[in-house]
Ligand binder design. Structure first.
Ligand code: TYD
Length: 199
């Protein structure tokens, strides 16, 4: 595949600060590496449906349906936004990617193997980072503004699955419990280290 750019995803619990951090990082690397920020659920038709119809309802849909919708949105996101930017040599920073499906739909009880299977067409990220914040802290931060995915027990399960991928070496863990600037610095350093070693 003719991709010249670099694909990075930033993962973490809701309220861990990853959106702020992913945007800050994209800003820092915009000039030097043509970095762009993107996110899942995406702005495409399926992503828009997910945001409008799933996340803030009273009840969750069957987790199989959730997983299939997120996987379908991911295919659109990669085709329409990620790959075109990579072909132009850009550094794409995605706020959530396939590890969100593994962690959240895995926490809802689906097997990680099946989630991996339905996502097998998703492009592999070059670097995947997990911003780790205590579940208790994120629940405090979220308060009223919660999606259907968020209660303390779910957040703990989601974190456990993310940590499994940290242990396997698929995700790099950054301590997100520190002040915002310190987290931003650690993230920037980790990404520069990766870029210097690989590109
Ligand atoms: P989030 O990053 O919180 O979006 P925003 O803050 O912009 O509304 O993501 C929305 C929710 O979607 C979050 O609770 C996690 C969930 N999610 C999954 O369960 N599986 C997935 O594959 C993705 C991408 C997100």
């Amino acid at each position: 595949m003719d991709r010249k750019g670099v694909f990075i995803c930033i993962e973490g619990l809701d309220g861990c600060g990853k959106t702020t951090q992913a945007k800050l990082l994209a800003g820092k690397l915009q000039k030097s590496h043509s970095a762009i920020y993107t996110a899942e659920p995406s702005r495409g038709s399926i992503g828009t449906f997910i945001r409008k119809s799933i996340l803030y309802r009273e009840k969750r849909l069957p987790s199989v349906v959730e997983a299939l919708l997120f996987a379908a949105d991911r295919v659109e996101h990669v085709q329409n936004e990620v790959l075109p930017a990579l072909r132009q040599g850009k550094l794409v920073i995605s706020d959530r990617y396939v590890y969100s499906s593994l962690a959240y739909q895995g926490a809802a009880g689906l097997s990680l193997e099946w989630i991996q299977k339905i996502n097998e067409h998703a492009l592999r990220p070059d670097l995947a980072i997990f911003i780790d914040v205590n579940p208790e802290t994120v629940m405090q931060r979220l308060k009223a503004n919660r999606s259907v995915m968020e209660n303390l027990e779910t957040q703990r399960k989601v974190r456990e699955i993310y940590l499994q991928f940290v242990e396997k070496g698929d995700l790099i863990r950054i301590d997100g419990n520190k002040p915002k600037n310190a987290v931003a610095q650690a993230l920037h350093t980790a990404v520069l280290k990766f870029l210097n070693a690989n590109h």
